[in-house]
Design a protein around this ligand. Structure first.
Ligand SMILES: [Zn+2]
Length: 252
């Protein structure tokens, strides 16, 4: 069954606040802004946390099995990044996870700082196959660490059969270009990101941040299965975003 992908990302309503939060947390986030400012009139920026810090991750709800599953899968990022995760109970945390009924979403990186209460991430508590559940957790944590969707990479060249994608998302045939549901699908699947938003990495169809793409949604035989593991490029991307801070360098 070609069910729609469930993850949605949450865009900040206040871009200036998003920028300020990102730069205050990690000044290196401003580096992406200069080249694109002319083009869009808005400073784009990355949203990575400060390398070396401990992220407090609170569970707002969920069973013990759910929490254990989230901790195990999320921790697969840790060998590749210079961050620590501290999982805590209660409502206070840099990242706050809500167990849901099948919805998956996350704020991107430091956008989680824009509010101090309520969830910054939701993960379905359905009893999925463990490997599929782990995929979703690693994917949502990818967003929480600052990654965007890989199928929206500026160099992604997916031969979409758009009508098939609309149909799979129950968009009526007569929906016109202003139809909100149609626009939502376009934003989630077709509208590629600006180069400055996904700096320094080539398109990676094996990324954990890629949607599953059914062959029936494309022209020809293009398809992408649900990626179940962090790809080598995923690891390299996050390693460059969260480099080790070398305190042992001697000054001459
Ligand atoms: Zn996603």
């Amino acid at each position: 069954m070609n069910t729609p992908n469930t993850c949605t990302t949450v865009k900040p309503s206040d871009l200036a606040a998003s920028y300020a939060a990102a730069i205050t947390e990690n000044p290196a986030n401003s580096a992406a802004s200069s080249s694109s400012r002319k083009k869009r009139g808005v400073a784009r920026h990355t949203k990575f946390w400060a390398p070396g810090r401990t992220l407090r991750i609170a569970f707002l709800s969920g069973s013990q099995a759910f929490k254990d599953g989230v901790k195990a899968a999320a921790s697969q990022w840790l060998p590749h990044i210079n961050l620590k995760f501290e999982f805590v109970e209660g409502v206070e945390g840099d990242i706050r996870i809500q167990a849901g009924e099948g919805q998956y979403w996350s704020k991107i990186g430091t956008d989680a700082l824009l509010e101090t209460d309520g969830p910054t991430m939701e993960i379905g508590e359905w009893m999925l196959q463990p490997k599929v559940f782990a995929h979703y957790v690693m994917h949502e944590f990818g967003h929480a660490l600052g990654a965007e969707h890989e199928h929206l990479h500026p160099e992604a060249n997916i031969p979409w059969n758009k009508d098939a994608v609309y149909k799979a998302h129950w968009i009526p045939d007569d929906a016109d270009e202003d139809d909100l549901r149609r626009k939502t699908v376009e934003e989630r699947y077709f509208n590629l990101l600006d180069k400055s938003e996904v700096n320094y990495s080539a398109y990676d169809p094996k990324s954990i941040m890629h949607y599953q793409i059914y062959q029936s949604w494309t022209h020809g035989d293009f398809e992408i299965w649900l990626n179940l593991d962090l790809s080598e490029k995923d690891k390299a991307f996050m390693a460059s975003a969260y480099p080790a801070v070398d305190s042992t360098v001697e000054t001459i």
